[in-house]
Structures are given as C-alpha cells and as structure tokens.
Write a protein that binds this ligand. Structure first.
Ligand SMILES: [Zn+2]
Length: 433
C-alpha cells in the first residue's frame, strides 16, 4: 500500500534534484521575508545565491526551539498573517509556547504526508480510526485527522483523555485503528484489564503511536497486550506536526517525507554532519512550507539515517526509531543516563510495570538517582522478603546497565501519575538546590 508511489519510490537522483530546487526556493523565501534568517545568513556571510543545491545545506544556520520562543508569536512567519489559515502552539515546560503557522498549501502538504504515513503503517479506506491525540493547539489531533480523512478512513475524533469513553466507543464503533501516545496505549491496556475487556475480541488491529520516544521493548508490550501492530509515527510541530516520517510494515525505520523535509544527523559536540550510519542529532530543513519555513531545525532527537532501499519499495530514507533525546539525557555523576535505558530493563521483568519515575537529587554535592517502579498487581504482596529480593534484582539490573549506583523504590500499582499526553518520567530537583 503506497499512497504516492511516484514520489515515495522515485530514484534518489530524481529526489535530490527536487530537494535542491526546493531548498533554493526556501532559502530565498526566508532571506527576503524573515528578518531573523536574513540576519543569521548575513552573519555567516551568506547570500541566497551561495546556496546552489542540497550540497550547500551545511552552510546554512541552525534553528533551535529557543529561536522560536525568542520570535514569539509570529516573527518567524514568512507570509502576511492574512495568508495564515491556522496556527498551532506547543506548551513549553518553561517559558513561552512555540507558535507555528500554516498557509492553505501548507495544510494540504500536511494532509498529504499524513496520508502517506497512515498508508505506510497499513491504514486504508476501510479502517475506522479513533484519534485519541489531543485536538486543539497541539498538532497531534488535527494533524492525523485531515490525513486520515484524505485516506478515506472513517475518523472518530474523540481527542485525548476520558478513558472510559475511549473504551466504550472503541468497542461500539468497532475502531480498527487507535492513534495516541504509546504511554497512553499502555494505560488503555491497563484500563481494559481492569474493566474485564478482552482486547482480542475488539476489532482493533493497528496503533499509530508517536509524540514521545519509545523503545522496541515497549512496542512488544503494547502489541502483546492490545493484540495489535504498533506503528511508530514521527513528527514535531516546529517542522510540521505528525507525518514527517512513519514506519512501514517492515518496522525497520521510519520513512521520511524527503520531498518536504530534508533530514541530517549531526554531532552534538561539533555540530558537523556525522558519518553515514552513525548516530547523531536529527536536524530538519523544510523545503515546501510557506508560512513557517525552517532551516536546519535541531530536534534533539537522536537517530541513525539509513539510505538503503527498503523491502517495501520506498526509496525515501529511513530514520531509526528515536529512543533517546539529547536533552532528556541526564548526567548523573558524570554518566549519561537515558530514561529509555531504565525502561528497557523494566520491560524485561514480569514483576514490574513500565510505569516509572526518576528522581534526581543532590546531597552534599553528590547526585543521587532514585527510581520509583510500579510492581505488577499480581506480584505485589505483604511479604517483605519477596519485595526486598525484587528490589535487589531491579537495582542490580539497572546498575549494571547504567554503570552507576541507584536507589530503587517499589511502589504499589497505579501510584505513579498517569499521563494522557506525554509521560513525565523525570523529576530533577538538582536545579532547585
Ligand atoms: Zn519501507
């Protein structure tokens, strides 16, 4: 099932030509319409004529989330507001939100890439897709919505939250696809178990999961618990929203819509492109967007790009599933710690749930990491010895994975706050001390 075979399977040479032409147009657009980019390019001694094609991409300046905040709300827009037909915004954990805008043509490109993504993940006309991403300023809900309509699927725009209703409608409307964050999918599975709903009896067959990094172990759990195929969709509002990339049935990397977004991977130390096949921070340049064209946006997501042709026939580059971010990385006593490493350990144990909380503190100038882990209901007991042994086992496993000492605290099932959006897994108290 390929939505736009002409584009998605075109030769790399042909694609490169399209990318080069569109990159030059984008550079002109930002140089003449966005003071921020004109200034940045001038500082680098660059004029639009210096960019002759994709080979000159690395000469261009980077854009960061802070740049969007500094230009709040609309100062990075390259068209007059009368041409902007929609805005979205992401709530920042600190400071002002970042605002993004779309022209009519941008919205049309967005639906196109989401339609490709959904088709790529196996969603078609006969499907009924329950969209449990939040509708509103967040790009998740409306982004998937219009792509799903374009595919011709039956859209159930339930939005996020209200778990009981989610489950009722899923059963009554015979939803075949659920779109939400992977952590909410696990939460739904838990709620089903509680309410005695057998997922095998539902019509659900596919999950479209994104908006937060998740591991392949988590995928296995979701697939087993919900009896579905769990597909990874990638996107971020600064670049477009969901649909920047999506997995195909081979689940071996996410195909990037390269005729709209050019990906690069850079070293976070040198900011230079990493060698082919090496992990780096993912950077995107949009090449068709009108309202908010972005040059070399630093996503903070870590990935590897794979240019080999995929078995599905698509030639579009695949980005490896993002399981870590360069900015949710914790540095504890000089050691880099990714929450996903801890998650992987927990997912391999039958006694625990993949719900956890990391608490980082500083005592006498020494950083400490405490990990709260939820114990499976079936295993939770009053037997102190049993729980003590489990604590020891988890502590040992995590310590040997991370290479630092940690304190593990077992907590009762459902102690850790559930999120209907992105899971909050870290409390770093060091900044307050
Ligand atoms: Zn493929």
């Amino acid at each position: 099932m390929i939505w736009n075979e002409h584009i998605e399977c075109m030769s790399r040479d042909e694609l490169r030509e399209i990318q080069s032409k569109r990159l030059c147009e984008t550079v002109e657009r930002v140089y003449y319409n966005v003071p921020f980019y004109r200034k940045k390019m001038q500082e680098l001694g660059l004029e639009p004529g210096d960019i002759k094609g994709i080979q000159d991409l690395s000469k261009l300046p980077f854009t960061t989330k802070q740049d969007l905040r500094d230009n709040y709300p609309f100062n990075l827009f390259a068209v007059p507001m009368s041409d902007v037909v929609r805005v979205h915004a992401s709530s920042g954990t600190t400071g002002k939100p970042t605002v993004v805008g779309y022209t009519r043509r941008d919205l049309s490109s967005w639906s196109e890439v989401v339609a490709r993504s959904l088709h790529c993940a196996g969603v078609a006309k006969n499907d009924r897709i329950q969209i449990a991403y939040g509708y509103g300023l967040f790009t998740g809900g409306l982004g998937i919505h219009y792509g799903a309509e374009k595919v011709g699927a039956t859209v159930i725009p339930i939005s996020g939250g209200n778990t009981k209703k989610q489950l009722n409608l899923m059963s009554d409307f015979e939803s075949t696809v659920i779109a939400c964050t992977p952590s909410y999918a696990l939460y739904l599975a838990e709620a089903m178990e509680e309410q005695g709903i057998d997922p095998a009896k539902l019509k659900l067959k596919t999950g479209i999961f994104g908006a937060e990094p998740w591991t392949n172990n988590m995928r296995k759990q979701i697939e087993a618990k919900l009896h579905i195929k769990a597909m990874d969709i990638y996107g971020l509002s600064e670049v477009m929203g969901p649909g920047v990339a999506c997995e195909c049935s081979y689940q071996n990397g996410l195909h990037v819509a390269e005729d709209h977004f050019i990906p690069e991977t850079i070293s976070t130390d040198t900011l230079k492109n990493v060698d082919m096949g090496m992990e780096g921070e993912l950077v995107f340049t949009t090449i068709t967007k009108e309202a908010l064209p972005i040059l070399r946006y630093r996503t903070r997501d870590l990935t590897v790009l794979n240019y080999d042709k995929c078995e599905c026939g698509r030639t579009m580059v695949r980005m490896q599933k993002c399981t870590g971010r360069s900015d949710d990385m914790l540095i504890i006593r000089g050691v880099n710690v990714f929450p996903s490493q801890i998650e992987s350990v927990l997912l391999e144990m039958s006694e625990t749930k993949p719900h956890y909380l990391l608490i980082v503190e500083r005592h006498n100038n020494l950083d400490t990491l405490e990990i709260w882990v939820e114990v499976d209901e079936a295993f939770f007991s009053d037997e102190i010895r049993k729980l003590e042994n489990l604590t020891k086992k988890i502590t040992h496993e995590i310590q040997s994975t991370l290479g630092i000492s940690v304190k593990v605290k077992l907590v009762e099932p459902k102690t850790i706050e559930r999120s209907e959006g992105k899971a909050k897994r870290i409390i770093d108290r060091r900044k307050l001390v």
